[in-house]
Design a protein around this ligand. Structure first.
Ligand code: N01
Length: 489
């Protein structure tokens, strides 16, 4: 049972539990529900915000939705009553809230609690976690569901601070600003921009879209079955999953297989944009899949409107009244939306974990590079598990599928510790190195390395720490068992 140890007056209470989960987004909640569903009630979830949902709580920009069909972008054990094929942000947030209540994990979440540090105590075989408020938690297992896409990346454009209008990042949408009648600039043309631009053009007087690299945009299929019954949802889930999986071969070393997709995207562009000059500006010059493939039926029509201007010259500076491009043209604007993505590289390394021998995760990864086993465990950090860890993102399918594989793996690892009568399990360094070498050999021929683009998947040194280079079922297969021989116990 979770319990508070007796503490002398004036000393913060120490909370003891078996499993500490950090974060209450899709991953952390998935872990908590996994524990609850197996009847392991001895856990606590720490969440720095005041509500569950993670990225689906933070991103509230107009048009925010999931571009993966909901039948797949949801827990396999908890169907949702989705209004459409792809759920919008409020619906996903409601789904997560409801699921957290249904599985009895909401009462286990401590909101407004931010982790300051977590240290592995070798003698006691426990993680000691301290919060920014000075509270202490002690647990046998630590699970980090802290996500990768939550630190907004706003470019340092000269003069940006002199701007006299309103400026904000897409993930920090300022709902107090009424865009009606305003001149709005959107910087960036990634997954967020593709969703928000069509909404903004419907309100604003004019919209300037600053495009550095054109994305590949596929039509969004709306003919998928509206799966309401549980059988229908299972069929939709299965069909969508395997449909998406076929793309993985093309992304991973077989470019010929993605050519039909490129043709489809070009056809989509031709159908939706009749003006040749705009079409040219919107045509990508790198291989599809190198950046995230986007899906929209409304993005190109929004750009083709007379009130929208797509600007492909680089931004030179921002002045109090607007944006100046390299050619020296000043375009006045009232609002600037930075749809410029997130600081991803090493986001996990920012977790203040101190493992065996007093080495921090950051020190370890600075010295050896980012190395994990299956993106879930790191040698020298016993009984710690990472969800959506390095190289477990997907360019072709639902990350929730990966999360469920990771949750299951963490649960089986806990079983192994119990079965062996051990206190801790630590993945062997040579096992981790072998996994790492194989992973990066496969990444060398994948589209993210060879496709001729730069993307957030790849860091400044050209290393991909984001994407799983293969079929997601292969990941599921590799994480199906926790092998005793791969670990020191
Ligand atoms: O960010 P991004 P995002 N000057 O990094 C441009 C997930 N997501 O928020 O391509 C000018 O993709 C940058 O240009 P370039 C999903 O995993 C999921 O859109 O680098 N432009 C790019 O166009 C996604 O991949 C959903 O040349 C600058 C854009 O800004 C991830 O979040 C929905 C610039 C950034 O695109 C991030 O998507 C939304 C500069 N200085 C997001 N700096 C789902 O539906 C950057 N850019 C599940």
């Amino acid at each position: 049972m979770t319990q508070a140890a007796a503490a002398p007056i004036g000393v913060a209470t120490v909370r003891h539990t078996r499993v500490l989960v950090i974060g209450a987004g899709f991953a952390g909640l998935g872990m908590a529900m996994g524990l609850a569903r197996e009847g392991r009630g001895d856990f606590i979830v720490l969440e720095k915000a005041g509500e569950v949902g993670g990225t689906w709580r933070e991103n509230t920009y107009p048009g925010c939705a999931c571009d993966v069909p909901s039948a797949l972008y949801s827990y396999s054990f908890e169907r949702g009553d989705w209004d459409g094929v792809r759920a919008r942000q409020p619906e996903i947030l409601r789904y997560l809230r409801r699921a957290s209540e249904k599985y009895g994990v909401r009462g286990k979440i401590e909101f407004g609690v931010e982790v300051a540090s977590a240290r592995w105590d070798e003698a006691g075989g426990r993680w000691h976690l301290v919060t920014t408020a000075g509270e202490e938690y002690v647990a046998q297992f630590l699970v980090a569901g802290t996500g990768a896409l939550h630190l907004p990346k706003t470019p340092k454009v000269p003069g940006a601070t002199t701007f006299e209008g309103t400026a904000f990042h897409s993930s920090r949408w300022d709902h107090s600003v009424d865009l009606s009648g305003k001149r709005v600039a959107v910087i960036g043309t990634g997954a967020s921009a593709v969703q928000l631009v069509p909404e903004v053009v419907g309100k604003a007087r004019s919209v300037q879209v600053y495009q550095r690299t054109p994305p590949w945009v596929l039509p969004s299929r709306e003919w998928l079955p509206r799966a309401r019954g549980s059988f229908a949802q299972r069929v939709a889930r299965w069909g969508t999953y395997w449909g998406n999986e076929t793309l993985a071969a093309g992304l991973n070393g077989h470019p010929a297989l993605t050519r039909p997709l490129e043709r489809r995207a070009r056809r989509h562009l031709r159908r939706q944009v009749s003006e040749p000059r705009l079409r040219e500006v919107l045509t990508p010059d790198y291989r599809i899949g190198c950046k995230r493939i986007l899906r929209s039926n409304t993005y190109y029509p929004a750009l083709a409107r007379p009130s929208t201007e797509v600007i492909s010259e680089p931004i030179a500076e921002i002045r109090p009244e607007g944006i100046v491009t390299d050619g020296g043209v000043l375009r006045p604007v009232d609002v600037i939306v930075y749809a410029t993505g997130f600081r991803v590289a090493g986001s996990l390394a920012r977790l203040p974990l101190v493992g065996r021998g007093g080495v921090t995760l950051q020190e370890r990864w600075q010295r050896d590079g980012i190395r994990t086993h299956l993106g879930i465990s790191v040698s020298g950090f016993p009984n710690a598990f990472f969800l959506t860890g390095p190289n477990t993102g997907l360019g072709h399918n639902s990350v929730v599928y990966m999360i469920e594989a990771q949750v299951r793996y963490a649960l089986r690892a806990m079983d192994l510790v119990d079965r062996e009568g051990a206190r801790a399990l630590d993945v062997r360094r040579d096992v981790q190195d072998a996994f790492h070498d194989d992973l990066h050999a496969r990444l060398a021929t994948a589209v993210w390395s060879t496709g001729g683009c730069s993307s957030w998947y790849v860091d400044g040194r050209g290393t991909n720490h984001s994407v799983w280079p293969g079929f997601s079922w292969q990941y599921r297969w590799r994480t199906r068992r926790v092998r005793r021989r791969d670990h020191d116990l």
